[in-house]
Ligand binder design. Structure first.
Ligand code: HEM
Ligand code: HEM
Length: 545
């Protein structure tokens, strides 16, 4: 470096190096105007808004660890003899896929930890998506204009399930092979096209020599690629729509109250990434997941006992285990209802999630935008419906582990299966009724609080001897928050004659809509908010205690 250039660098008029780099980048990328527009973007604060972040961070962790695994994993079903460090399997024949996963686990530096982090991150990722989806559902954050983002999210959830499934099928151990066999059975049960799809996917008879290589491309490229694109679109839409917020003083459908992206939100989000990474690494460091050496390589003539899919696939397994093994035979064909019905129900369960925002907006007929969230209690039927859906999901998850539950709790497997069969119908109905009642109870409590204030627990004796509890009036802020929600009026069947007195036919869809609307917003489905008159009358002194 010459002295002249040193002098020049130190000369007064020159900007510091950081600024010069920023200027250079701005000239090419226009980052200043981008930052100006977005740096002060406001994010509201609520603990439940971090769930989406957990999904994002665990996805990044999955990609980072996945790339490391690709360096050592061999997606091939060629048969090799094992000569690694794990003595009990010495000399055994196995696929290269299994062999290389053993190699990753025992001989690659940090290999087992990275494998465990990858697998645990997948479990957390799907759990994160599930809970994030619940928060969006129970608060009504899926309403206009966020229906498309709900669909993007839904696709991420479904693709995540299948990416996880193709992932844990890769090591080609006895457990994963049993899972793949299960899936192939489900595909075969589809009338007409099932056999063809199975042949196409496995390149002939099961298991064939190709499925690991095919699942590999799907697992590391196709599905994560689509998911990455969807995730970016999802986040762009969150940015574009702006985040929702809970009701509170000063908050309305047109503003967002919170902290700016830079520096507050970025610092929080950056720190949170490392917390999530640290948490997943900690579990991965102490809790064994998928110890393939304990299962051994897959052999189609063996089934592992206690085979369990990862939790997010457990409910599909439960549906099959609980369903009676019905079959219909006709003209030399067999329709395996015992597997096909659960497969159809699996699709139905998922479809209900995808379509829910559209169903609800059809029932309410509400075309306005909503940026203020509902408290779950203020939408009792929706909340009850969501809780019933979760109950059904959990019951089928129990069904998917009927053997494990039977052996761990010393129960008969038939008893567990029958419990699951009955609970499949009764559980969601009971959950629906109980949840709705709880919501209505909470609404009544809110109404009481608004009208009569908070019960302080302080008992006062009046001069004439009567005992009363002192009620403390709520602050203006609390009053606002408890009464900010809107209440829909149930739809009614419109006039059945037009202006000329000509009778019109009421269509089945209109009747259904009115019925559903009454179930959602009828008299028994919400407690009327206190009106201003009621509030004034009570707080003006008459009847006030
Ligand atoms: C890869 C998976 C996912 C990632 C990384 C992700 C990320 C995020 C983030 C960071 C937010 C903003 C913060 C928050 O509200 O938590 C968000 C909002 C949202 N997400 Fe997701 N999400 C994922 C999956 C899902 C799923 C499965 C659904 C539903 C089926 C969903 C529906 C939504 C909706 C509707 C919003 C807007 C909510 C609002 O503004 O209040 N997302 N998502
Ligand atoms: C949402 C995305 C993903 C999910 C849910 C996921 C999940 C999984 C799971 C559960 C396994 C089984 C791990 C085990 O116990 O052995 C696995 C294996 C594997 N994954 Fe992923 N993965 C994802 C994305 C990726 C990506 C993007 C890559 C590569 C760039 C990758 C590379 C691998 C490899 C090479 C294996 C086989 C090695 C092994 O089984 O240890 N994965 N994945």
């Amino acid at each position: 470096m010459s002295t002249a250039s040193n002098d020049e660098t130190r000369s007064r008029g020159r900007a510091p190096a950081g600024e010069r780099i920023a200027d250079w980048a701005d000239g090419r990328l226009g980052i200043y105007s981008l930052a100006k527009a977005n740096m002060r973007k406001i994010f509201p604060d609520h603990w439940s808004f971090m769930l989406g972040e957990i999904c994002m961070y665990s996805f990044i962790i999955i990609i980072l660890t996945g790339v490391y695994l690709t360096l050592f994993f061999h997606p091939s079903m060629n048969e090799v003899e094992y000569h690694g460090s794990y003595i009990p399997l010495q000399g055994q024949l196995m696929s290269e896929a299994f062999n290389s996963t053993m190699h990753i686990s025992f001989d690659v530096r940090g290999g087992l930890l990275i494998r465990q982090i990858h697998h645990w991150a997948a479990v957390v990722f799907l759990a994160g998506m599930f809970v994030h989806m619940m928060r969006v559902f129970f608060t009504g954050a899926f309403r206009k204009p966020r229906e498309i983002n709900w669909l993007f999210g839904f696709l991420l959830f479904v693709l995540g399930m299948f990416t996880g499934f193709t992932g844990y099928s890769l090591p080609d151990d006895l457990l994963s092979g049993t899972g793949v066999r299960f899936t192939q059975g489900a595909i075969l049960s589809v009338p007409i096209v099932g056999t063809y799809i199975s042949m196409f996917l496995f390149g002939g008879e099961f298991p064939g020599h190709d499925f690991v290589a095919r699942f590999y491309s799907i697992h590391i490229l196709l599905l994560p690629g689509i998911m990455l694109g969807l995730m970016v679109a999802h986040l762009i839409l969150v940015f574009y729509h702006k985040h929702t917020q809970f009701a509170g003083p000063g908050r309305n459908n047109k503003n967002v109250v919170g902290m700016p992206l830079l520096p507050v939100y970025m610092a929080k989000a950056g720190g949170f990434f490392f917390l999530v990474f640290g948490f997943i690494a900690l579990i991965a460091g102490i809790a064994s997941i998928n110890p393939i050496w304990a299962m051994g390589p897959y052999r189609p003539d063996q089934v592992s006992t206690g085979a369990q899919p990862d939790w997010y696939m457990g409910f599909a397994e439960g549906l099959v285990r609980a369903m009676p093994g019905w079959e219909i035979n006709f003209w030399g064909h067999t329709l395996v209802l015992g597997v096909f019905v659960p497969l159809a129900l699996f699709g139905l369960f998922l479809a209900v999630i995808a379509l829910y925002p559209f169903i609800e907006s059809w029932i309410t007929g509400d075309k306005r935008e909503h940026h203020i969230l509902d408290r779950p209690r203020n939408a009792p039927t929706r909340t009850a419906f969501g809780a019933a859906w979760v109950a059904g999901y959990v019951i089928m998850l129990i069904g998917g582990g009927n053997d494990i539950i039977a052996t761990h709790f010393h129960l008969s497997i038939n008893a567990v299966t029958w419990f699951v069969r009955i609970a499949f119908f009764a559980g969601p109905v009971l959950t629906f009724i109980v949840t709705r009642r709880i919501c209505l109870g909470l609404q009544r409590r809110d109404r009481d609080k608004v009208l009569h204030g908070r019960e302080t627990g302080i008992i006062k004796r009046l001069p004439h001897g009567e005992f009363i509890e002192v009620h403390e009036p709520l602050s203006q802020e609390q009053l606002h928050t408890l009464t900010a929600h809107e209440q829909y009026r149930p739809a009614e069947i419109g006039p059945t004659t037009d202006e000329n007195g000509v009778e019109r036919k009421v269509g089945a869809s209109e009747k259904l809509r009115v019925k559903l609307s009454n179930a959602y917003y009828g008299e028994d489905s919400q407690i009327p908010k206190p009106t201003v008159e009621e509030f004034k009358e009570i707080t003006s002194g008459h009847g006030h205690h």
